[in-house]
Design a protein around this ligand. Sequence first.
Ligand code: AMP
Ligand code: GLY
Length: 425
Amino acid sequence: MNILLLGSGGRESAFAWKISQSQHCSQLFIAPGNAGTGSFGKNVHLKITDFEAIRSFVLKNNVKMVVVGPEEPLVKGIHDYFLADPQLETIPVIGPQKEGAQLEGSKDYSKRFMQRHSIPTAQYRSFTKASLEEGLSYLTTHSLPVVLKADGLAGGKGVLICTTLQEAQSELTAMLGDSKFGEASSTVVIEQFLEGIELSVFVLTDGHSYKVLPEAKDYKRVGEGDTGLNTGGMGSVSPVPFANEDFMTKVQERVIIPTIEGLKEDNIPYKGFIFIGLMNVEGNPYVIEYNVRMGDPETESVIPRIESDFLDLLIGVAEENLIEKKLIISDKVAATIMLVAGGYPGKYLTGRGIAGIDNVRDSLVFHAGTELDNGVVKSIGGRVIAITSLQDNLFDAVQKATADAGRIYYDGRYYRHDIGADLLK
Ligand code: AMP
Ligand code: GLY
């Protein structure tokens, strides 16, 4: 079958790499893709939110499945758009419809969902501009630190952890009163700060049954030792040692099953990925957030550990027979190091020629913010290339990925040298 994959990051590179190996894949198109995805399929110039252009492309190229990488097309309703069109309705879209996508598109919606289905999460209250005064006085009674979250999509910047009352009150005023994050902060969730270690859990569902994909840990801060500004993610590892059988049983019983059953009870059709951001608080899982897509750079560690045919699993989602499909997970350990642009996550350098990709020895190279410019690979994004090494143990995976990261060079190149180090101690 012909497949159209939407997106252009490291996550989509890992998807493209894996989907292209499937016996079910005839032609893979990636829109818009990057300098690396072109070697797994055909890059096409399409805007991922231009549904009409996607419609024409799908019909003209006999596409039989659309796999959505990022959340934006889902939150904007690409799946609903397909279902409403007589010529597209039979072409499966991997990713939820608009309603289900609200699990990521609105923090308030996802908190209400969790509360309704008794899924463990931080205590919270939501406020709007009209209830700003009430919010300010609520903060005076709240423990510190306190977490403020813009309700809508804010490009990963909408969460603030405030350590003083004054800071919390001035941020709440900026978000609600002065629209700090635009429309996204017209509602703000104020929630309890959870102390613990984070874990990313990934579930694939056809709306009835589900499969738990390998879990991963994401390294979000730009600096070594988890310091400095938050980024989209500087690296990842999978598996995660503390996600042992006991902990994952709690995750299934307290979080995954109530989530899948909750979607059914609420009549929310859901075919796609659920990324559950969890906090391990003294051995108990609490949901920090839902995303309706895979994580990046977690996917670059997760996908190489899947030994079975990934496209066959997606076909199971489309045909609602996921339960019959096989998911085989490798015992090996994957470590991913993200090479980023100088200056990232602030203003960063772009247009730099990238050398040494062919020198990588023991790792997979997943392009992210790259493009081909007259045959030369150049950087165009903050996160440039993900390097993943799959080895027998975490030490080897981290060491080999780090060594291979060093074999690639471009002006301003930066990466963390301590990915996974906290788990080796
Ligand atoms: P989110 O956009 O919801 O993923 O939040 C971004 C990051 O903020 C998370 O990955 C956590 O590191 C942190 N965070 C969010 N909510 C909380 C919370 N209730 N307690 C502690 N940290 C949090
Ligand atoms: N790595 C976190 C995310 O994809 O949101």
